[in-house]
Ligand binder design. Structure first.
Ligand code: AMP
Length: 632
């Protein structure tokens, strides 16, 4: 990792990109960016071990944008992502970074989206295409994705693609893109299967791994709270209100813009808060720090760079409002508290998809990070009422209230009011600026939502995003009918891909698939929630809506009574003879080993579908010239 890179300009990115980054508010490259950008700019292949949240999207998007030929509106960069959500996110990131590149066009393509629309969009051309493996394969086969000008292929979250059962698709794509290309593979972990893919398809790759700083920070109590981005501000203010032994806090965010925005929001809520970022002059920054030291400010909202070396003993809390890029930054951040022999508290906000980063941090700091139960509305109200009572008691003890006694007595007489009613009305007036009760918002209290999460062991990354959808499955499977079959050229892989991608059901939850002429049946968890079924109903495979529904008992019995040839691998099974309404081979679970020779004994390292083109004379591939020999 290059630790001397302080600015994006040092990475020699072009002025339009630098301007876009300044506009977004990125202050300094994250470690993965500092390490990857020079290699990708130089055209090297790259193997990057990086989690979500490390800034890896910009790590590849920025240098690749700089290498585009904008005059040719043909795909020059292809990014493969495991899910449509990520495809959209990555495409949006490209769009943001390319704000000042005239005519730039990026296109996300994923299953479930109308094929007609996609074909039209592809025919209009795009410089960058971001897609899920199944759909990208479709377009390569149809020759609607023109790969003649492809310069770079990026595999994003490769381990996730492996976990979702898409690795064969990915390899198929790797075989069908031009040989003369740059390949970058990013993965949060490096299981053997991914290493093998890297070894086989990457040429002399530069390896980038963000080193995990291992250290122990015993004087700091570390806690985390899994929270959606939209609820972070509410969560922060609740925590600030109820935390015991709160003196001062430093709140870390990612961008300069965010320091200012959040500081303003906190000020508007009555906190003595200010921003601290690299755009401020040295003098201004020093003033903020002096104010924090002296008690003129209680909260400073800072970026990593601006808070470097900050030493203010009264900082009792470090809030990681945005998760840091790596463990080093985390350790550095939390080290701003617990200084001068004091104890401190560090609180980390983790968005659902960042849960894996939490694990990495725990490992690096060699300390478990405890889940934090967000204070409920009632807990916040109790705290405010207690503080209010205390204020009233202090006034009763220390102030001369003669004049006010007369005022109240006058009210009692003229309104003929009960003294309690008058006191209640005065309390109401006194709290108007800062209500004793939190306003009721629509939906469940965010505290209940985080409580539910805290009870469960933290899940990883994408599992967390899809957790709501996957909160089913007691293990029972049931057969469903879908309205697409052999006549529509559907394959089990299409079906698994669409179900996994669109409904977020991992392939391991998808059981046997039987293909018939005009429909198919598929085993899925028996307790699929309604909203998942709704999604699946609308999903399209080969342009046909699935219209999924559970089989009734008779249908299920008929389906089960069909002749079943021996089990084979779900992917890559040969089609059963056509005619009749005979089902194809049942498809085994992904963990079932394919029958026959071990993979290494089969041609092409065991890849079942296609011929290996890398070992030919290095001639560039012309898409569409060779149809894959797989069951699509
Ligand atoms: P990623 O790991 O690519 O999912 O990025 C995580 C988040 O970090 C995204 O919200 C990015 O906008 C943000 N981000 C990426 N690079 C930087 C940077 N250099 N400075 C501030 N924020 C960044």
């Amino acid at each position: 990792m290059n630790t001397t890179i302080e600015s994006f300009a040092q990475l020699e990115l072009s002025p339009p990109i630098l301007e876009a980054l300044a506009g977004i508010g990125y202050e300094t490259p994250s470690p993965i960016q500092a390490a990857c950008i020079p290699h990708l700019r130089a055209g090297h292949d790259l193997l990057g071990e990086a989690q979500t949240g490390t800034g890896k999207t910009a790590a590849f998007a920025l240098p690749l944008l700089d290498r585009l030929d904008l005059s040719a509106r043909k795909p020059q960069v292809l990014v493969l992502t495991p899910t449509r959500e990520l495809a959209i996110q990555v495409a949006e990131a490209f769009q943001r970074y390319a704000k000042n590149l005239p005519g730039f066009h990026v296109l996300p393509i994923y299953g479930g989206q109308s094929m007609v629309v996609q074909l039209r969009q592809l025919s209009r051309g795009a410089h960058v295409v971001v897609g899920t493996p199944g759909r990208v394969m479709d377009h390569i086969e149809r020759e609607s994705l023109d790969l003649d000008s492809l310069k770079t292929l990026v595999l994003d979250e490769a381990d996730e693609m492996l976990r979702m059962g898409f690795i064969d698709d990915v390899e198929w794509i790797l075989e069908h893109v031009p040989i003369e290309r740059q390949t970058a593979l990013f993965s949060a972990t490096m299981p053997d299967a991914i290493r093998r893919v890297a070894h086989r398809y990457l040429r002399d790759p530069r390896e980038v791994k963000i080193k995990a700083a291992t250290t122990t920070v015993t004087t700091i109590r570390q806690r985390f709270c899994q929270i959606a981005v939209a609820h972070k501000l509410d969560a922060l203010t609740r925590i600030l209100e109820v935390e015991e032994e709160f003196d001062a806090a430093i709140v870390f965010v990612r961008t300069k813009t965010a320091t200012v925005e959040l500081a303003e929001k906190l000020e508007a809520r009555g906190y003595a808060a200010a921003a601290l970022n690299g755009d401020m002059t040295q003098q201004l920054r020093e003033r903020v720090i002096e104010q924090l030291k002296g008690g003129g400010l209680d909260i400073v909202v800072a970026t990593d760079v601006a808070a470097r070396g900050l030493d203010v003993p009264r900082i009792s809390h470090v809030i990681n409002y945005d998760i840091p890029y790596d463990t080093e930054a985390y350790v550095h951040r939390i080290g701003r508290t617990g200084r001068a022999g004091r104890t401190g508290t560090a609180i980390l906000f983790v968005a659902p998809r960042e849960m894996r980063m939490l694990k990495v941090i725990e490992r690096a700091t060699r300390q478990p990070i405890e889940p934090l139960q967000l204070p409920s509305r009632e807990a916040v109200a109790d705290k405010r009422v207690a503080a209010f009572r205390h204020q009233v008691a202090t006034v009763l003890e220390s102030e001369d209230l003669d004049f006010f006694h007369d005022v109240v007595a006058g009210m009692e007489d003229s309104h003929n009011a009960d003294i309690h009613d008058i006191a209640a009305a005065l309390a109401f007036l006194a709290q108007r600026e800062r209500p004793l009760q939190l306003p009721q918002s629509a939906g469940p209290d965010i505290a209940t939502q985080t409580a539910a999460r805290a009870e469960r062991p933290p899940r990883e990354n994408r599992e967390a995003i899809l957790e709501r959808r996957r909160d089913f499955s007691d293990g029972r499977l049931q057969r469903y009918r879908i309205e697409v079959g052999r006549n529509q050229q559907a394959t089990p892989k299409d079906i698994v891909g669409a179900i996994a991608n669109e409904a977020g059901i991992e392939s391991r939850f998808i059981g046997q698939i039987n293909l018939y002429e005009d429909y198919s049946t598929v085993e899925l968890p028996a307790d699929l929630p309604h909203d998942v079924i709704d999604i699946l109903r609308r999903v399209r495979v080969r342009q046909h809506q699935l219209n999924i529904r559970p089989l009734d008992r008779d249908e299920a019995q008929r389906d089960a009574a069909r002749p079943r040839p021996g089990a084979g691998p779900r992917f890559g099974a040969k089609p059963a003879p056509r005619g009749e309404d005979a089902p194809r081979k049942p498809y085994a679970k992904p963990w079932d080993k394919p029958a026959g020779k071990p993979a290494s004994d089969r041609p092409h390292g065991g890849k079942p579908f296609h011929t290996d083109r890398r070992d030919t004379q290095g001639t560039a591939f012309k898409p569409g010239k060779k149809k894959p020999q797989r069951d699509r």
